[in-house]
Design a protein around this ligand. Structure first.
Ligand code: GLC
Ligand code: CA
Length: 534
C-alpha cells in the first residue's frame, strides 16, 4: 500500500453557519472562519472539511445547491473563499469541500429548465415518472413530488426542494466532473461526498443505496477528476458493511480514500427502528462493531474514518457520555478511545471543547428540516409532544448546529447579532477561551492526539486486537513487530476492574493518573490511557 498524507491527518469539520459570524447577521461566514484559522492551527489539525458554502436557498442549510460554482451570499463571495484557501495553506491546513451531487436544489438552473421545458436535454438530468411507487423520502413522506405543469412526478430522496440527479445521464456526469475540476484547480485538497452511495439508485426497483452502477460511476469520476492529484476523498455511506467499504477504499480500485460507515452510530437507536427511537449505550456492542471495522479494514484492504460526531448527529457526550460531573473526563475518554485506532479521525466543531446537546424546550426553537418533518408526522400518528421533544433533544440534528462557543461574552462570542439558532446556555463555562486557558482542558487532549497522529507511525501500521475486559471497559492492543501499545477506557460512571499481563514502559497519553502496574487495577469513572507496554 502506498502511504498518503491523509493516513496521518486529523480532519476538523466546520459547519459554516454555526462556526463564526464576522458581519453580525447572526450567521457564520467565510470571514468568520478566516478569523479562527489561528485557533485551528493551534489545535494542530491537518485539514478542514467544510460543509457546503455554495449558493443555495438553504432549505437544508446548503445541502441543496443551486450553483456549484458560486458561494452563498450569506457566507461571503468567491474572493473570500480564495482567501480562505490561501490562508489555510499558509498554515499547512488542507481544505476539503463538501460534494453534494446526489441531488441539487430545485432552484438550480438545471432543474428550473428541466421543469419548465420537458423537451429540454436537462429534463433527463433528473428522474421523472408518470406514476409514483411507494418509495419514501429519508426526510419523511413520499420520495415523489407531483409537478402539475408536466403531469409527472420527480424523485427526491431528501426534501422536496432537493430533486435527485439522474446519474445514468452521461452529460450530467461530465458536468459534475468538470465542476470538481473547477474546485480542484482552485486549490482544494479533496472532497467529502454527500450520500455518495445513492448515486447508483434505481427507483423503479426501489433501490436507493448501493445500486449496481455505483462503483462504475466512482471509478469514472476518479479517472475524470481525481487521478494522480493526491487528493483525499471520503464518501458518506450509511449502508456500508466492511465488504462494501473495501470496494470504495481499496487503493488499486481507484475510487475513494475512505468512507464514513455508520454501524456504530446505528447503536444509538433500537435495532430496526427509526433514529428517533433512542436507546442507551451498549458498550459490548460498541466494542464488537468498532473492532470488526478495525480488523476487517486493514492497511491493504481499505482505510477507516473515525468519528463520533458530525452535523447530522447528536453530541456524543449527550448521548453516550456524561454531561455532568464527568463531562471533561468522558470527553477525553471518547477522544482517546477513537483517535488511537487505525483510520483518519474527524473532529466536529466544538467537540474539542466538550460541547453538548441543546436543552430544547419548544418546537419553535428548532430549524432542521428533518426534525420539523418528524414533528408533523409523529403528531399525525398520535405521538405526544413530550415524547417527540425527548427524541429531538436526544438525536435531533440541531443539537450539533448551535453556535460554536468561543468565549463567555454575549452569544458566546459567535456573533454580535441574533444567532440563527440559540446558543447553548452552558457557554459561560464551556467555551474556547476557557479551554485555551486551562492546560488540562479537553482541547489539549485533542491537540496531543492530533500531534501523535502526525508523529507516530504505529498509529498507521500497527495491527489491532480487542482485549477481554469487564463489559464497560473498552481496551485494545496495537502492535507492530517492534512495539506494543495498550489503550484502555472505562466507558461508565462507575469504577471498573482491569487487568492485563503487560509491563508498563511509558505513558503515551492519559486523562487520569496512570497505574504503576496493570495487574488487578481499577479504572476510575471514564478513565482512559494509552501506555507503551512490553
Ligand atoms: C447528508 C448530509 C445531510 C443532508 C443530506 C442530504 O446526509 O450530511 O446534512 O441533509 O445528506 O443532502
Ligand atoms: Ca454572517
Amino acid at each position: 500500500m502506498q502511504k498518503k498524507w491523509w493516513h496521518q491527518a486529523t480532519v476538523y469539520q466546520i459547519y459554516p453557519r454555526s462556526f463564526m459570524d464576522a458581519n453580525g447577521d447572526g450567521i457564520g461566514d467565510l470571514k468568520g472562519i478566516l478569523s479562527k484559522l489561528d485557533y485551528l492551527e493551534k489545535l494542530g489539525i491537518t485539514a478542514i472539511w467544510l460543509s457546503p458554502v455554495y449558493q443555495s436557498p438553504m432549505d437544508d442549510n446548503g445541502y441543496d445547491i443551486s450553483d456549484y460554482e458560486a458561494i452563498a451570499e450569506i457566507f461571503g463571495d468567491m474572493s473570500d473563499m480564495e482567501e480562505l484557501l490561501r490562508e489555510a495553506k499558509n498554515r499547512g491546513i488542507a481544505v476539503i469541500m463538501d460534494l453534494v451531487v446526489n441531488h441539487t436544489s430545485d432552484e438550480h438552473a438545471w432543474f428550473v429548465e428541466a421543469k419548465k421545458d420537458p423537451q429540454s436535454p436537462k429534463r433527463d438530468y433528473y428522474i421523472w415518472r408518470e406514476e409514483k411507487n411507494d418509495l419514501a423520502s429519508i426526510f419523511g413522506g413520499s420520495a415523489w413530488e407531483y409537478d402539475v405543469s408536466s403531469g409527472q412526478y420527480y424523485l427526491h430522496f431528501f426534501g422536496q426542494k432537493q430533486p435527485d440527479l439522474n446519474w445514468e445521464n452521461q452529460e450530467l456526469r461530465q458536468k459534475i466532473y468538470e465542476m470538481m475540476t473547477f474546485w480542484i484547480d482552485k486549490g482544494i485538497s479533496g472532497f467529502r461526498m454527500d450520500v455518495i452511495d445513492m448515486i447508483g439508485k434505481l427507483p423503479d426497483q426501489k433501490i436507493g443505496s448501493n445500486g449496481p452502477k455505483l462503483h462504475d460511476y466512482l471509478q469514472e469520476m476518479h479517472q475524470a477528476s481525481l487521478l494522480d492529484k493526491d487528493l483525499m476523498t471520503v464518501g458518506e455511506t450509511w449502508g456500508a458493511s466492511p465488504e462494501i467499504a473495501k470496494l470504495y477504499s481499496k487503493q488499486e480500485r481507484q475510487e475513494l480514500s475512505m468512507v464514513f460507515q455508520f454501524e456504530h452510530i446505528g447503536l444509538q437507536h433500537k435495532e430496526g427502528q427509526s433514529k428517533w427511537d433512542v436507546v442507551s449505550l451498549d458498550v459490548p456492542k460498541l466494542k464488537q462493531v468498532l473492532s470488526k471495522w478495525q480488523t476487517e479494514l486493514g492497511l491493504e484492504d481499505g482505510w477507516n474514518s473515525l468519528f463520533w460526531n458530525n452535523h447530522d448527529l447528536p453530541r456524543v457526550l449527550s448521548i453516550w457520555g456524561n454531561t455532568g460531573q464527568y463531562r471533561e473526563q468522558s470527553a477525553k475518554a471518547f477522544a482517546i478511545l477513537l483517535h488511537l485506532m487505525r483510520g483518519t479521525p474527524y473532529i466536529y466543531q466544538g467537540e474539542e471543547l466538550g460541547m453538548t446537546n441543546f436543552p430544547f424546550e419548544h418546537f419553535h426553537q428548532l430549524n432542521d428540516l428533518e426534525a420539523l418533518n418528524y414533528i408533523r408526522e409523529a403528531q399525525a400518528q398520535g405521538t405526544s409532544d413530550q415524547t417527540i421533544l425527548d427524541s429531538i433533544r436526544m438525536v435531533g440534528r440541531d443539537n450539533a448546529r448551535t453556535p460554536m462557543q468561543w468565549d463567555s461574552s454575549s452569544n458566546a462570542g459567535f456573533s454580535v447579532g441574533q444567532p440563527w439558532l440559540p446558543v447553548n446556555p452552558n457557554y459561560q463555562t464551556i467555551n474556547a477561551q476557557a479551554a485555551l486557558e486551562d492546560p488540562n482542558s479537553i482541547f489539549y487532549t485533542y491537540q496531543k492526539l492530533i500531534s501523535l497522529r502526525k508523529d507516530c507511525d504505529w498509529l498507521i501500521d500497527a495491527d489491532y486486537q480487542l482485549l477481554e475486559t469487564a463489559d464497560a471497559v473498552f481496551a485494545y492492543l496495537r502492535q507492530t513487530a517492534e512495539e506494543s501499545y495498550l489503550i484502555a477506557v472505562n466507558l461508565s460512571d462507575t469504577p471498573q476492574p482491569f487487568s492485563a499481563a503487560f509491563a508498563i514502559k511509558e505513558t503515551v497519553i492519559a486523562n487520569c493518573t496512570t497505574p504503576k502496574t496493570l495487574n488487578n487495577m481499577v479504572l476510575g469513572p471514564w478513565d482512559a490511557f494509552c501506555l507503551k507496554v512490553d
